[in-house]
Design a protein around this ligand. Structure first.
Ligand code: NAD
Length: 263
């Protein structure tokens, strides 16, 4: 299947490692040029060099904290100066801290909203007018299985992902007539640094080992294992493609069957 991604410009936020990096790698392998951002310049550059080497893709990098609206402006400005447009937007960020409700001060809620919700709104506001004008665009938000089934000990993430989903589902209807699709992809337990940190936080809280926590997760997953970032990236890349032109407003799990729901 030709995904029709050659020559497309894709902006992937929070892409120095983990799911964001895996998506960037797949898009580049399919012929897209990339705009990558993350907070740490050295690790971002290292990632960009590695992707250039394996794919030959044209890539620009911008050091930016997506929870800062001014930083989002600078990412957009660099993308526009270099490529003149963004065809595909993948919104991603680090996850908010784990912990039950009473462990979080009020500021944790504000921070989580800035990091995982307002960042999505701000970067979408920047790229959407051009997509509508050209009558082609793909917006894909990386959310979480928590949207369908809350994950214990992740009250901040469970709450804020729902906001992104409401935003995306509504926007999808508003822009469908302009050839712009808006979808969310919900990762299940996927082997990244974030998941290792989460396993440790849960182990510390419950007085057990990280292996025991990962084992308990695996036992809830019909496939009996965690996912790989590459498996996740394949779904995002399809939704970003020309071939996914009639899929919009969807939230699609990549979770090895973890969500126990009919739809
Ligand atoms: P990760 O920690 O491995 O990678 C996160 C990436 O985001 C890194 O490149 C980091 O540098 C960047 N980043 C973090 N905060 C940023 C900020 N403020 N501004 C710019 N860049 C920032 O995480 P991951 O496992 O790849 O997860 C990505 C997202 O998916 C997270 O929001 C996470 O909560 C969510 N998620 C992950 C899983 C999983 O199993 N991995 C499951 C459900 C949801």
């Amino acid at each position: 299947m030709d995904l029709g991604l050659k020559g497309k410009i894709a902006l992937v936020t929070a892409s120095s490692r983990g799911l964001g990096r895996a998506v960037a790698e797949e898009l580049a392998a399919e012929g897209a040029s990339l705009v990558l951002c993350a907070r740490n310049t050295a690790s971002l550059e290292k990632t960009a060099d590695a992707i250039r080497e394996t794919t030959g893709a044209k890539i620009i990098t911008v050091t930016a904290d997506v929870s800062d609206p001014a930083a989002i402006d600078s990412v957009w400005a660099r993308a526009r100066d270099e490529f003149g447009r963004v065809d595909i937007l993948i919104t991603n960020a680090g996850g908010p801290p784990a912990g039950p409700f009473e462990s979080h001060p009020p500021s944790a809620w504000t921070d989580a909203l800035r990091l995982n919700f307002e960042s999505v709104v701000n970067i979408t506001r920047a790229v959407l007018p051009g997509m509508k004008e050209r009558r082609w665009g793909r917006i894909i938000n990386i959310t979480s299985i928590a949207v369908k089934q809350p994950v214990d000990n992740l009250i901040l993430s469970n709450s804020v992902r729902a906001a992104v989903t409401g935003f995306a589902r509504t926007l999808a209807n508003e822009v469908a007539g302009f050839g712009v699709t808006v979808n969310c992809v919900m990762p299940g337990y996927t082997l990244t640094d974030r998941i290792a940190d989460l396993a440790k936080a849960n182990a510390d809280q419950r007085g057990t080992t990280t292996d025991a926590i990962v084992g308990a997760w695996e036992s809830q997953i019909p496939m009996g294992r965690l996912g790989t970032p590459k498996e996740f990236a394949a779904m995002v890349t399809f939704l970003a493609s020309e071939r996914a032109s009639y899929t919009t407003g969807a939230s699609i799990p990549v979770d090895g069957g973890w969500i126990r729901a009919l739809l």
